[in-house]
Every structure is written in C-alpha cells, then in structure tokens.
Ligand binder design. Structure first.
Ligand code: F6R
Length: 332
C-alpha cells in the first residue's frame, strides 16, 4: 500500500485531466456532501476548504439521514467509492425524493447505476483501489465539479500547485511517516490533537490509524477541548496515552491553542510529537497531512505484522447493513 500512497500525484493529475467535465447549474442555497468513511472524509475537507470561500453553507452527511432543508435548491454530492454503501445510497434516494440536484462521485456499483438511470452527472474515479487510497482523486473530482458550477472552494491552479508539492516532497514525507509510525508503535492510546478548523485532518488521521493499523485513536480539537476534555485529563482512569499534535503554521491562534494543549500533556509527563503542516496552499496542507498519516499508519501495520489493506469488521457490518436499515441485501 505504500506505493499506492506515493502514487497520489498521479491520481491528482488524472482527476485534474477531467476538471470541468462535470458541472451543475445553480443557483444553490446549500451544498450537502454525503459519504461514509474514506468517501465521507471528502465532504469534511470540502467543508473545511469552503469555510472562507463560499457564501452558501456546506453540510456533511455521514449517515442515511438527510437534513430537512434539502430541496430543489440543494446541490447534493453523493460520494461512494464502491457505489454500494447503504447509508450513502439511502441518503441519495432521499435527496432525490426532495428534488435535490445530485452529482455522483464513484467508481461504479449501484450509485453509478442509479445515476445512469436518473440521468445524473457522474464523476468517475478509477476502480481497483481502496476508498481511503482514492481520497485525492475523489477530492479533486469534487473540487472540479464545484469550480465548474461556480462554487469554487479551490481553484485548478491551487490543486496543480498542491500536486507539484506532493511530487517534490513525497520522499521526505515517507521519512517523516516512518518516524511517526515509530512514535505511535506503543501500548499507549494514541491521541491526535489539533485546532479548529483542522478537525477533518485529525479525523482522517484517526481513520487511517483505525483502518490501516487496527488501533483505537482519540481525536482532540481546540479550542473546544479547553472547555471539557481538558478536565478529563486531570484524573483519568486510564492515563497511558501519547499525543500527536499538529497545527497550521499560518494560523497564529491555532498554533497558540496547540502549544497550550501540548503544555498540559507535557506537565503530566506524557510523550508528545508536534507537527507543523506544510503546503503552499490549503489543498497542499490537506494532501500533505493525508499522505503523512496514511503512510505512517501503513508502516505501523507492517511493524505489527498486520495487513494494512484488510478491514474485516467493516465487511461484517456491510453484510448486516441491509437488515439493520430494512432494505435487504444490495443487488449489484
Ligand atoms: C476506506 C474504507 C471505508 C469505506 C466506507 C464506505 O478505505 O474502506 O472507510 O470508505 O466503508 O465505503 P465506500 O467508500 O465504498 O462508500
């Protein structure tokens, strides 16, 4: 899987070659991005990038339930790598019932079939990868759809710059990832700490360590952390943990918040690894963090003698999902 992550600049390039191929006509009052796990994180990152750029709200749906305000004025982006995820299919069907304009991002499956039947635009992502590895392709695809629909959250030039950065720095990132894997290889609980609005990157780190390394991870986000979690660290029943903390060096308050968190952990004698995100722009910082945590989580799996690609329990859940949601098994 290491090679798959190191191949990300090629994935971004492929998605960039399709920039402008899918667009939707507005106007829109809101954008809803639906998806689970490795597909759902695309929505979180789009919301992060939209924060200072868009005047319409972006909501992320990581379940089968869609917000009541979804209407004909909603751009609903349905992201499912396999195209066969129950929650995403149910949310998409509900959004269609409410008259939303739906765009599908998928490698195939039932989502693609639904899109073809209903004449919906589709951004195709290449099959044969794991959803989490396909992240930069799906993200670039959604950024391209938004840009071509007059809802730019990142320009093509910014994504191109981010791709060049990944190309230049892949070797260095792999080195940092090995050292991070070394740090995370311990019997202590791994805590990933950051500041708003970078929560999606901490969630991505958590999910990568969950799925690739098969470990439990806690996510802490400042400044909300200062208003509850901080007290939980005063007298925890289980205090064997270590922290990976990261911040955006261009965000002075963010850096200050993370430094405060680090100080609290260090005065309790915990081990902390602090990272500053690198990148010429926000997309670059997102891809840097995602590649670093992706590679580190693969390394940790390999150190433990585990297969980073295997996610047995997700498959067990997926085979029960039809019963849980009352839809029966999917019929691809
Ligand atoms: C990531 C992964 C899962 C899936 C999730 C949803 O590699 O395997 O997190 O992304 O189960 O499935 P898809 O992405 O196919 O909709």
């Amino acid at each position: 899987m290491r090679g798959d992550y190191l191949n990300w600049p090629r994935l971004v390039e492929d998605a960039l070659s399709k920039w402008g191929s899918v667009s939707v006509e507005g106007p829109f009052e809101n954008i809803v991005v639906s998806g689970m796990g490795g597909s759902g994180i695309v929505g979180d990152v789009v919301k992060l990038l939209a924060l200072e750029r868009l005047s319409v709200p972006v909501e992320v749906v990581k379940s089968h339930i869609v917000p009541s305000y979804v209407s004909t004025r909603t751009l609903f982006v349905s992201v499912s790598y396999s195209g066969n995820t129950h929650e995403t299919l149910l949310a998409t069907a509900r959004a269609l019932e409410k008259g939303a304009r739906v765009v599908a991002v998928t490698s195939g499956g039932l989502l693609e079939r639904l899109a073809v039947e209903r004449g919906l635009p589709v951004f195709k992502t290449p099959a044969g990868l794991l959803p989490r590895v396909s992240f930069p392709h799906m993200l670039t695809g959604v950024l391209g759809v938004l840009d071509s629909s007059g809802l730019t959250v990142a320009s093509r030039a910014e994504v191109e710059e981010a791709k060049r950065q990944l190309e230049r720095e892949a070797g260095e990132i792999a080195g940092e990832a090995s050292s991070l894997a070394e740090f995370a290889y311990s019997r202590e609980l791994l805590v990933v700490a950051t500041h708003s609005p970078l929560e999606p990157l901490a969630v991505r780190a958590k999910s990568e360590f969950n799925e690739n390394s098969k470990i439990v991870v806690k996510v802490d986000v400042a400044p909300e952390w200062m208003h509850n979690d901080i007290v939980g660290y005063e007298k925890p029943l289980f205090d064997e943990y270590r922290v990976v903390a990261f911040y955006d060096p261009d965000d002075q308050a963010g850096r200050g918040l993370v430094e405060f968190m680090v100080g609290e952990h260090e005065r309790r004698g915990r081990r902390v690894r602090v990272l500053a995100l690198r990148g010429a722009n926000k997309v670059g910082k997102v891809l840097y963090a995602a590649m670093l945590f992706g590679l580190a989580s693969v390394e940790l799996a390999l150190k433990r003698g585990l297969d980073p690609a295997a996610t047995e329990s997700i498959a067990r859940y997926k085979s029960a999902a039809g019963r849980i949601f009352g839809t029966g098994p999917l019929k691809p």
